[in-house]
Design a protein around this ligand. Structure first.
Ligand SMILES: [Zn+2]
Length: 111
């Protein structure tokens, strides 16, 4: 995977999200009516599409995804525990991997 390409797409997505935010602010100034409803729905779809694209990039970069929402949440590193890195969902707080699996009696007997 070409990282420069991903950086360019990420920058474009960031600009798109900023543009969506600006249009949302402008939309609030419109009087209630059909136009405002259509603009609101279109903005919601654009936000969802931008989030999906962001998730695809995160996935291609090896990030873990939490499926508590759709589009999925991108789990971020919270550091290492013993030998493995742990990740946390910014939405629901889920930790991955949660805990090391408990030792089974067979493993305890082998030690
Ligand atoms: Zn989650």
């Amino acid at each position: 995977m070409d990282i420069d390409w991903i950086t360019a797409v990420k920058s474009t997505l960031s600009l798109l999200k900023n543009a969506i935010g600006l249009v949302k602010d402008a939309k609030d100034l419109l009087p209630a009516g059909n136009e405002k409803t259509v603009i609101t729905q279109t903005l919601e779809e654009a936000e969802k599409a931008a989030k999906l694209a962001e998730v695809q990039i995160a996935k291609s970069l090896g990030y873990n995804l939490c499926q508590c929402t759709f589009p999925p949440q991108i789990m971020l590193s919270i550091g290492y525990e013993v030998y493995s890195e742990r990740f946390k969902c910014p939405n629901c707080g889920k930790i991955f991997p949660n805990k090391r699996p408990p030792k089974t009696p067979e493993l305890i007997n082998m030690v």
